[in-house]
Design a protein around this ligand. Structure first.
Ligand SMILES: Cc1cc2nc3c(=O)[nH]c(=O)nc-3n(C[C@H](O)[C@H](O)[C@H](O)COP(=O)(O)OP(=O)(O)OC[C@H]3O[C@@H](n4cnc5c(N)ncnc54)[C@H](O)[C@@H]3O)c2cc1C
Length: 224
């Protein structure tokens, strides 16, 4: 079989190498860093995102959406990694204060309940909470974020399990939900590991901060 040689392990090079190798080709990928650094890159790692902000809009009808959608439909590894690790843009002081106020108010009126995830010794590890709580109808939606430095340690499933138990046992809820972008397999694994079942998919819904996506609805019932 012919060998494919790819020069440069940036975003494009790594995607091309992965796709070609997946298609059965033998691939050799050459990356010059760290022997020769570029003015833009900061690390010696493959697929470093040389990026001031984001991969731009995910609004259907824009050029950057179309390009990314083509990549997604082609089973892009880079797009999957980007979707799994994305964070809200523009988290400035106003955003943070508004967010804390919403959770403070939510705790008072029973419409939200947010918790810091803390380790015994290593401080703040993330956030988990009932991002939407309906005590009257005994339902709630869970959400969580794990700090990048704390990922890969099973913290998300542990937090989801504890919150789920708290919701059922202490709040008397009947149904809990997780809403997960279908492009986020890591969170889907958390849902599976914590006993949530996928009810179905809401197509092209507003997700957060101007992002739209196909959203899987996962649920766990008190009697499950
Ligand atoms: C300051 C800055 C900010 C940016 N901000 C954004 C942004 O916010 N959003 C956005 O979408 N895009 C942004 N970009 C553009 C960004 O660079 C591209 O989106 C993305 O990195 C392009 O990927 P690539 O694989 O084509 O190139 P790169 O990621 O640059 O990859 C090229 C790779 O080839 C290697 N290489 C080059 N020559 C050789 C050689 N002879 N031998 C071996 N290896 C070689 C390099 O070391 C590098 O790893 C920004 C660029 C810069 C400079």
């Amino acid at each position: 079989m012919n060998e494919i040689i790819i020069i440069g392990g940036g975003l494009a090079g790594v995607e091309a190498a992965w796709q070609a190798a997946n298609g059965g080709a033998r691939v050799r990928l050459f990356e010059m860093r760290p022997v020769k650094q570029t003015p833009a890159h900061r690390t010696d790692k493959l697929a470093e995102i040389v990026c001031s902000n984001s991969l731009k809009s995910d609004e259907p009808g824009t050029a950057s959406y179309l390009l990314k959608e083509e990549l997604r439909r082609g089973g892009s590894l880079v797009m999957e990694a980007a979707a799994t690790t994305r964070v809200p843009a523009g988290a400035d002081e106003t955003f943070v204060r508004g967010w804390i106020r919403r959770y403070g108010g939510g705790w008072q009126d029973g419409s939200r309940a947010g918790f810091a995830i803390r380790g015994r010794d290593d401080g703040f590890l993330g956030f988990a909470g009932l991002v939407d709580l309906d005590l009257e109808h005994r339902e709630g939606e869970l959400g969580y974020m794990v700090a990048p430095s704390a990922r890969g340690r099973g913290i998300a499933p542990r937090a989801v399990e504890l919150l789920t138990r708290w919701g059922f046992d202490e709040l008397g809820l009947i149904r809990l939900e997780l809403r997960i972008d279908v492009q986020n397999p890591a969170s889907e694994r958390v849902a599976e590991r914590t006993g949530y079942l996928r009810d179905g998919v809401l197509r092209n819904v507003h997700f957060k901060e101007g992002l739209r996506c196909d959203l899987g609805v996962w649920s766990r019932l008190r009697q499950d």
